[in-house]
Design a protein around this ligand. Structure first.
Ligand SMILES: Nc1ncnc2c1ncn2[C@@H]1O[C@H](COP(=O)(O)OP(=O)(O)OP(=O)(O)O)[C@@H](O)[C@H]1O
Ligand SMILES: [Mg+2]
Length: 475
């Protein structure tokens, strides 16, 4: 499995630092090992050249101990190897062992390797002998038409190089460890301002900017334009400034709009009530009224009634939006449900109404009138948006710290096109039909606003055959 690269900038910088140092260490290690080996080989070659085949020449004389001209073969370093070749055939071969010559047993392979060493070459040659291992050898032409090969073991060179490699491995390892630790700390320190910027940005991202009254965090202190982090910090501060400005303006404009809606609906109440009053007065007029006029007055009266309720709904929403405090009395929810269900039963006799209430009365702190209105809206929906014969069940269940009320019907369900917007204002399905039935799409918006103002929640699940509205009110 491939190990993933570190994702954080800190991890990447530390890994990069250690990686680069590792590459540098490797390059230094390889170069010094090669240089040392080259130097030691050169010295070995010098030694071999200096010995000039004397040891190999001495072998011949040792073979003939009566010779007068006995050259000095002693004084050769331990493990010096000598071989004498006549016509490319090894005639004698020995190695200095404990300051004495020890004849060498050579395999055919060894003999071939010795015969292949070029004579009178300044440069040494590396060969492998079966009994002695790796050797550096040179060959010179002897006085008797022979070739004298002298060799010195290579293993001291290898040993020295390996020791250097071992020392370098330990030193470089320690250096990498120290760099990794110190580098991580250093990178961490250098990135501290960036962490502040990140934390600030993350904090702002978590703010509920859509909900109006938001306290912006203090500006960042890292704004030095000479550093990259400072530039980011300063840009973030600027951006936050703009956001704060925009939020303040939006809040002010929302406030104005709320006031306007509240004022407009308040102002509309009286003229609408007057229109309705006059229409009803005209309808009660004793004199003869043509059918057409009566119909027109009926329409005026009905539409002004609808407008009154619309204006009341708008005013209530505007007041709840403005955070107007509600009444805070003990409300007997059981009684409230019984009353509201009675009204619903009277308004929708073709529906089947069922109650699921606990024995003991259940109470909540709140505004009885508004809660009744919210529940009434839910029951009105269960009646108007479902066909006759639909079963509607109102259930009440007290929980340890809250009270749940649910309204369930087995009607056709909330049309899919409304979706999660069902609690929005003026959201309703099939506009033409809804409008003709007097529906405005404010009913559930009021339920939501009333329940939220009580510190509760409301949600809905709906599919054809089962729609459930659940209210949760703090107990
Ligand atoms: N129990 C239900 N079954 C099916 N559809 C429903 C149900 N309750 C609500 N809806 C759908 O949700 C829409 C929004 O309901 P809401 O009460 O907000 O508005 P409305 O009933 O259309 O108008 P009003 O302001 O008169 O209550 C409705 O138009 C209807 O399509
Ligand atoms: Mg409704």
């Amino acid at each position: 499995m491939r190990r993933p690269l570190p994702r954080t900038l800190r991890g990447q910088l530390t890994a990069g630092l250690v990686g680069l140092l590792a590459v540098a260490c490797l390059a230094v290690g390889i170069t010094t090992a090669l240089a040392l080996r080259g130097f030691l080989m050169g010295r070995l070659d010098q030694q071999l050249t200096a010995s000039g085949g004397r040891f190999a020449a001495s072998l011949e004389h040792e073979a003939k101990p009566d010779s007068d001209n006995h050259p000095d073969t002693r004084g050769q370093a331990e493990l010096t190897m000598g071989a004498r070749l006549l016509d490319a055939t090894v005639t004698q071969a020995a190695v200095v062992d404990d300051a004495a010559d020890r004849p060498l047993d050579l395999t055919a392979e060894d003999r071939r390797a010795l015969a292949a060493v070029p004579a009178d070459d300044e440069q040494g040659h590396s060969i492998a002998l079966s009994s002695l291992g790796a050797y550096r050898v040179t060959a010179v032409h002897g006085d008797d038409g022979d070739v004298l090969v002298t060799g010195l073991p290579l293993h001291p060179v290898e040993e020295t190089v390996h020791r250097l490699e071992a020392v370098e491995a330990v030193v470089f390892g320690a250096a990498l460890l120290a760099t990794g630790t110190a580098g991580a700390l250093w990178v961490r320190m250098s990135l501290r301002p960036l962490r502040r910027v990140t934390a600030q940005a993350a904090g702002v991202a978590r703010l509920p900017l859509a909900s109006g009254d938001v306290a912006m965090p203090d500006p960042l202190p890292d704004t030095d334009p000479r550093t990259e982090v400072g530039q980011v910090g300063s840009a973030l501060n600027h951006m936050l400034g703009h956001v704060e400005n925009a939020l303040t303006r939006r809040q002010a404009s929302e406030e104005r709009l709320r006031h306007f809606a509240a004022d407009a609906s308040h102002e509309l109440r009286t003229p609408v009530a007057n229109i309705r009053g006059h229409a009803e007065l005209a309808l009660r007029h004793d004199g003869p009224l043509s059918g057409e006029v009566r119909h027109a007055l009926d329409r005026i009266s009905a539409e002004s009634r609808r407008m009154t309720s619309l204006v009341d709904d708008l005013l209530l929403l505007a007041r709840l939006d403005a955070g107007r405090p509600l009444e805070h009395r003990t409300v007997d929810l059981t009684l409230l449900i019984l009353d509201t269900a009675d009204d619903a039963r009277a308004a929708g006799p073709t529906h089947r109404w069922a109650l699921d209430l606990p024995e003991e009365p259940v109470t909540v702190p709140g505004d009885a009138h508004r809660l009744q209105q919210a529940l009434g809206n839910l029951l009105a929906n269960a009646r108007t948006h479902t066909p006759p014969g639909t079963q509607v069940t109102i259930a009440l269940s007290p929980e340890p710290d809250c009270v749940r009320v649910s309204v369930t019907d087995n009607g056709p369900g909330i049309p899919e096109e409304i979706g999660p917007e069902v609690f929005g204002r003026f959201v309703r399905a099939d506009h033409a039909r809804s409008r003709s039935s007097g529906s405005t799409g404010l009913g559930l918006a009021i339920v939501h606003a009333v329940v939220t103002a009580h510190g509760g929640t409301v949600d809905v699940t709906s599919r054809p055959g089962r729609t459930v509205f659940r209210l949760t009110l703090p107990g």
